[in-house]
Write a protein that binds this ligand. Structure first.
Ligand code: NAD
Length: 340
């Protein structure tokens, strides 16, 4: 059977990372027909929107996409394409595994976290405005029962499906009694339907400290949108950096896979950055498609190349200016060789 997958190269370092991931996935032998759809800064200049309808239509048609990072202008300019895409397709669950890997330098061992981040509301609802231009601004934080219930159910079902033991809900309900209070209340209610999975809650500031001190104690972290965004970068840092952190945005019958990291524009076109996060996002996609054996082969090949530590990019070397670091393309070549 042939899978039809939308491929969004993105911008900045995105195109070179997606090219690397595509080569690895093509080498695995699963029949994938790629439908390339450009989005981002360059498209904005040509088509007047950084996320034209043709991109969304393609994902809706295929049900699955692999995406490179896309730059978001800070402070002004167009709204984040990444956020718009997740909202337009109602990809409500953002799943970001963070696991220590031999060969990736980290201060920790035995970290194996999965951040399940609510993707559709909270402060990302985009409801903000100036009360007095340049003097006072307001942003509205939206938390609803239906959105919280579906992300909580997703987290518990994910834990059950993947042999996980514990879900920790992350919140600031001591201060935001209505919004985060509702999130915590609904998560606690949903937990009762999953008695086989342990449930606990942590206030977000304490959660950050606990993660830095003893990350190996935690398992699945259920987070509202903003805390999930921050904590997933923290978790990436715990296991060795953004270069190795994959992600998935999942809705009902639709999913977009992308690295946690951004477009790292200062390295664009230099064949320098680490393709691992994008390649492992491709492996998550294979799992989603039910191609478990193929996903495991990709993951094993990535682990082997990283554990050997020779043909890896600068960020995985002891010193960032290590002259033996290889480029994006060469690391992908090594992973393809390790697949054989
Ligand atoms: P970034 O993740 O692009 O880069 C931060 C730093 O992390 C880089 O300078 C680099 O040192 C390191 N890094 C990132 N990816 C790496 C890789 N693959 N290999 C090695 N090192 C890597 O974060 P940023 O600079 O804050 O954001 C740049 C742009 O990306 C912004 O416009 C931001 O909005 C956007 N962004 C997009 C997404 C997305 O597409 N989903 C996610 C986050 C940020």
């Amino acid at each position: 059977m042939t899978y039809h997958v939308t491929l969004i190269p993105g911008d900045g370092t995105g195109p070179e990372l997606i090219a690397a991931a595509r080569r690895v996935l093509d080498a695995i032998g699963v029949a994938i027909q790629w439908e390339v759809q450009e989005a981002g800064e360059g498209v904005m200049a040509q088509e007047g929107s950084p996320l034209p309808d043709r991109v969304l239509d393609s994902i809706k048609r295929n049900g699955v996409a692999l995406k490179g990072p896309i730059t978001t202008p800070v402070g002004s300019g167009f709204r984040s394409v990444n956020v718009t895409l997740r909202q337009a397709l109602d990809l409500y669950a953002n799943v970001r595994p963070a696991r220590t890997m031999p060969g990736v330098r980290s201060r920790y061992e035995h970290v194996d976290l999965v951040i399940v981040r609510e993707n559709s509301e909270d402060l990302y609802a985009g409801i903000e405005h100036y009360v007095i231009p340049d003097v006072a601004a307001e942003s509205i934080k939206v938390i609803t029962r239906p959105a919280t219930e579906r992300i909580a159910r997703f987290a518990f079902a994910y834990a059950r499906r993947n042999g996980r033991r514990r879900v920790t809900a992350v919140h600031k309900a001591n201060i935001m009694k209505f919004t985060d209070g509702l999130f915590l209340k609904v998560a606690t209610e949903v937990a009762k339907d999953y008695p086989d999975i342990a449930f606990e809650e942590r206030i977000v500031d304490n959660m950050c400290m606990q993660l830095v001190q003893k990350p190996e104690l935690y398992d699945v972290l259920l987070c509202p949108n903003l805390y999930g965004d921050i904590i997933s970068d923290l978790a990436s840092g715990l296991v060795g950096g953004l270069g190795v952190a994959p992600g998935a945005n999942i809705g009902d019958g639709m999913a977009v896979f992308e690295p946690v990291h951004g477009s790292a524009p200062k390295y664009a076109g230099q064949n320098k950055v680490n393709p691992t996060a994008t390649i492992l996002s491709g492996a998550l996609m294979l799992r989603y498609l039910g191609e478990i054996a193929a996903a495991e082969r990709v993951e094993a090949a990535v682990r082997a190349v990283i554990a050997e530590g020779r043909q890896v990019t600068y960020d995985l070397k002891p010193q960032p200016d290590d002259p033996t670091a290889v480029g994006t393309k060469e690391m992908a070549d090594a992973i393809i060789a390790a697949l054989q």
